[in-house]
Design a protein around this ligand. Structure first.
Ligand code: ASP
Length: 335
């Protein structure tokens, strides 16, 4: 292999992109069966990758992404930070991951990896054993983007269905379609296209990677932040029960730009009174949640336009720096 080729390291974690189903018609059971190809076996299916990148690989874990959480996020951030430390010969890193929690892992890495080099996360909606799998294409695209001189400085990117997204904005929007990853109304960043080009049309503006204060090296856990969802008639009893768990923070999910059932909001205010930072988020899938003088006086924080699961990731990280209210609110406006 030519030394002139970009060097990309691929980290496998499992997920549908590595899933082994019972037959070619299976798009669901493989997930429960839980068998996965190794990342090397996945790469062996796409020998074309060797024509444009020199690839090394490792399996970090081999699980469905429903089983991924803070422990795996910390291990991934640590590994990528080591791989891309000053003097690294790598051009970039690609990560394969289940689609269920891909958006959370990606945003966590977006805020914690300290590099201007490309870091790209991909998954698949159809396992490699199924007819019309998207596993091979998505893996190839991820390596292509990680090898691209255009993909640096953008923070962590995701790619499925040839579409490149910012980790901050991307979310899984459809249960089964291959075009499931959507950018929360804001537009994706570019394409990994059929002429083998990686093309960008826009770049993220919010701070990420080297511009964040989040240093998770040496940590083995993160603050506990729970999400509580509201609905017509929610009386706050569940929120009160969660409050008894004494979480480090709460994200509460309401309606539209930041309204809640009155009894639910009273329960949220009791959590603030207990000293728990409470972030207001929305069950609307796009748009900002804004504070009001009254809610500010009650001590609530707002998530800006982050989806609840992303707001949780940011609050977990922000709480590693400070519990001070103004700093926490600023974090939601900056990252
Ligand atoms: N069960 C899978 C997961 O690991 C789903 C997927 O990858 O699409 O998240």
């Amino acid at each position: 292999m030519s030394a002139a080729k970009p060097q990309v390291h691929v980290i496998g974690t499992g997920g549908s992109i590595a899933g082994i189903g019972p037959d070619r018609l299976d798009y669901m059971l493989y997930s429960e069966i839980g068998d996965h190809l190794t990342i090397q076996q996945s790469l062996d299916r796409v020998p074309e990758i060797a024509s444009f990148a020199s690839v090394t690989s490792e399996d970090l874990v081999s699980v469905g992404s429903t089983a991924i959480g803070a422990t795996e996020w910390l291990a991934l951030a640590d590994r990528i930070n080591n791989l891309l430390a000053d003097g690294s010969p790598l051009t970039g890193v690609a990560v394969t991951h289940g689609t269920a929690t891909l958006e959370e892992t990606s945003y966590f890495l977006h805020l914690t990896v300290k590099t201007g080099k490309p870091v790209v996360v991909t998954g698949a909606m159809r396992p490699p054993t199924a007819i019309s799998t998207d596993a091979d294409l998505n893996l190839m695209d991820a390596v292509r983007i990680a090898a691209s001189p255009h993909a640096g400085g953008m923070g962590v990117l995701t790619v499925l269905n040839n579409e490149i997204h910012s980790a901050r904005d991307v979310s899984k929007a459809n249960t089964f379609r291959v075009e499931t990853f959507r950018p929360n109304e804001l537009g994706f960043l570019g394409y990994a296209d059929s002429d083998h080009q990686v093309v960008f049309y826009r770049a993220p503006l919010r701070k990420h990677t080297t511009a964040t204060p989040f240093d998770v090296a040496g940590r083995d856990s993160l603050p506990r932040v729970e999400i509580v969802y509201s609905y017509a008639g929610a009386d706050g009893a569940v929120l009160d029960a969660v409050r008894q768990l004494r979480p480090d923070g709460l994200v509460v999910v309401g309606f539209g730009g930041g309204t809640f059932p009155p009894a639910f909001l009273s329960a949220a205010a009791r959590a603030v009174d207990d000293g728990i930072p409470v972030v207001l988020a929305s069950r609307s899938t796009a748009g900002r949640v804004v504070n009001t003088p009254r809610k500010e006086e009650q001590g609530f924080l707002v998530c800006d336009n982050l989806l609840p699961q992303k707001a949780r990731v940011l609050l977990m990280l922000a709480l590693t720096v400070s519990r001070e209210r103004e700093w926490l609110q600023e974090a939601f406006l900056e990252f």
